[in-house]
Write a protein that binds this ligand. Structure first.
Ligand SMILES: NC(=O)c1ccc[n+]([C@@H]2O[C@H](COP(=O)([O-])OP(=O)(O)OC[C@H]3O[C@@H](n4cnc5c(N)ncnc54)[C@H](OP(=O)(O)O)[C@@H]3O)[C@@H](O)[C@H]2O)c1
Length: 286
């Protein structure tokens, strides 16, 4: 089927459905990404967004089974709570205790977490940076930090260093990275090849202070900010002035979605087209 045949009458009776659930979800960029991918590949699938309140998560999952919805993306506040409600989970979703993607096989709902591996894919594709044998430092100890720490360790990073204001959460994240994980002070960034901001510092509407002192980062190191609103945070701007290589959060958003797309459809996601659609949409916000 080509995208032209879809354009005539679509969605139709045979169309398969995927959706994101969360609260709120109206701001989600996932429908843009996945509908672009379905159209590009001429797949008779459609992706939408459902606001699901915490108290209605069980009913929503029953609805997925009853309606034969093919899969879900899961966002806040359900990522952790949903784990115990599924029939099974991938190894990483189990370790992390968090799910961002659900696939349905018959009546069974299976949880996955594509965030960390999406991050690793993103820096490989966008920067040619392979984390194997590299010293990496993550600022923050929330959900994104956890999934990235696990994937960095699984991809043979030499060190996974964690800087966070909450010491006990920092230890938990370091433990996810096993023997290569350690909690460090911000100054340890001087020794890292890759530094990742996994805090909301610099996000539109949040505190714009720097997540760590920029003097700890020099040219030759890589700084990845997971934030994509705005496309360039104050920290990223400051480091770019010093010729530090910087990547924003668009790439991770794209590559975690590409992994989810592959789980649902079995096909490789058309990253180039998805990226263009995403950038158009983001440009409309500014
Ligand atoms: N590009 C992508 O695809 C992608 C995917 C996921 C997340 N993200 C972005 O990554 C960031 C983190 O997301 P998340 O889901 O991990 O959030 P989260 O679970 O809420 O964790 C946020 C982390 O940042 C820390 N933090 C918050 N405010 C801080 C401050 N003022 N100073 C120092 N540390 C602070 C928190 O510390 P406490 O625990 O002490 O509060 C926590 O460790 C967000 O900006 C999010 O938009 C991007």
């Amino acid at each position: 089927m080509t995208s032209n045949t879809l354009d005539t009458v679509w969605p139709k009776g045979s169309t398969r459905l995927v959706a994101v659930i969360g609260d709120p979800v109206s701001h989600s960029l996932s429908p843009i990404l996945h509908n672009c991918a379905f159209k590009t590949l001429g797949l008779d699938w459609v992706y939408t967004a459902f606001t699901v309140r915490q108290a209605q998560l069980d009913q929503a999952l029953e609805g997925v089974r009853a309606l034969g919805i093919e899969g879900l993306s899961v966002t806040m506040p359900h990522k952790v709570q949903v784990v115990k409600k599924l029939d099974s989970c991938s190894k990483n979703a189990q370790i992390l205790g968090a799910v961002n993607t659900i696939s349905r096989i018959g009546n069974n709902l299976i949880g996955h977490n594509t965030d960390g591996d999406g991050f690793v894919d993103a820096i490989k594709a966008e920067l040619g940076f392979d984390v194997a044998s590299k010293r990496c430092l993550i600022i923050g100890a929330g959900g994104a930090a956890r999934s990235i720490a696990l994937s960095l360790a699984q991809n043979q990073a030499e060190k996974v260093m964690i800087v966070a204001r909450d010491a006990s959460r920092a230890i938990e994240v370091a433990n996810l990275a096993g023997k290569v994980g350690q909690v460090v002070s911000p100054e340890a960034a001087k020794d890292a090849e890759l530094i990742i901001n996994a805090t909301p510092l610099g996000m539109k509407g949040f505190d714009t202070s720097f997540p760590i002192n920029p003097s700890f980062i020099s040219p030759g190191q890589i700084f990845v900010d997971l934030i994509y609103f705005p496309l360039q945070t104050p920290m990223a701007k400051e480091l770019q002035k010093k010729q530090v290589k910087v990547l924003n959060g668009v790439a991770m958003l794209l590559y975690q979605a590409a992994r989810a797309f592959n789980i649902w459809t079995g096909q490789e996601a058309p990253i180039g087209q998805m990226s263009k659609a995403l950038m158009n949409e983001i440009a409309n916000f500014f």
